[in-house]
Design a protein around this ligand. Sequence first.
Ligand SMILES: [Zn+2]
Length: 330
Amino acid sequence: MTSNNDVPPFVKDKHIHFIIEQESNRSYEYWLSEHLRMNGLYWGITALITMKTLNNTTLPQQKVIEYVMSCWDSESGAFGAFPKHDAHILSTLSALQILKYYNYELHPLTTDQKQKIVKFIKSLQLPNGSFQGDSFGEIDTRFTYTAISALSLLDELTKEITNPATEFTLKCFNFDGGFGLVPGSESHAAQVFVCVGALAIMDELNQINNLKISNWLSERQVLPSGGFNGRPEKLPDVCYSWWVLASLSILGKKNWVNLEKLENFILTCQDLENGGISDRPDNQTDIYHTCFGIAGLSLIDFKKYDFDEIDPVYCMPTRIVKDFKKWKNK
Ligand SMILES: [Zn+2]
């Protein structure tokens, strides 16, 4: 398809502009995606911090923290995606990650609020070890990862939680080498990431078949484009650069795929005019694919881009993860 000469450079300044615009723009699309607002903020901040450009000029810290705290749902004791929305596990993890970017002790959350979040998350775990996303009942291994990651950020993981969660996660493993949403459901790359990531946090990676999973993951690279797909026979998509390569990194098999071809695929999905990254070349850009495209480039070669090195388990800069692990062990 594209020869190396056709691969565009990384347009960092355009991406910064694209992300800032997203955060201050009050367009129709903005309100349409309001249920994603807290996640969107996490994606934007993660992209900025990975490019070493998170500061008060790009995104004022005070405004970000005020927004996060305005999404506190005092009834459930956790965070919604938007002010006055019901608390959800996904927006709660995003809120904790954002606060962690600014300080390890998660100010301005009070001890009482932290305890309420722990209670909220624990209340979502069912007797079989799975997690619901909120009190309305949907079950998904995505929520297991989210709950485990959030509890780990709060330094509140215990065997009482991780033993059943591990058992449930292992039941979602399929013979083909992938993981599904629930036991018996089809393998999907995003579910592989959440299962492998959750097991990594719980220190249970020794329970899985590393080679079989790494094989399934490396088969996700679609040639000649070099991008990854989420399932066999599907088109490549930039966000799988993260889900697949982060999983392979956790398993120590990052070099099982052609990193140069993947890098070129991500670069060809940039909007060179307006900034932002799309799922496939020439498609509409969005903040989600921009974040995971940049995170993917960090996994491939953070030094080349002068990026912050990203942690494949938490999708946060490694230096921050190291620091809160230090803080955690105090
Ligand atoms: Zn995608």
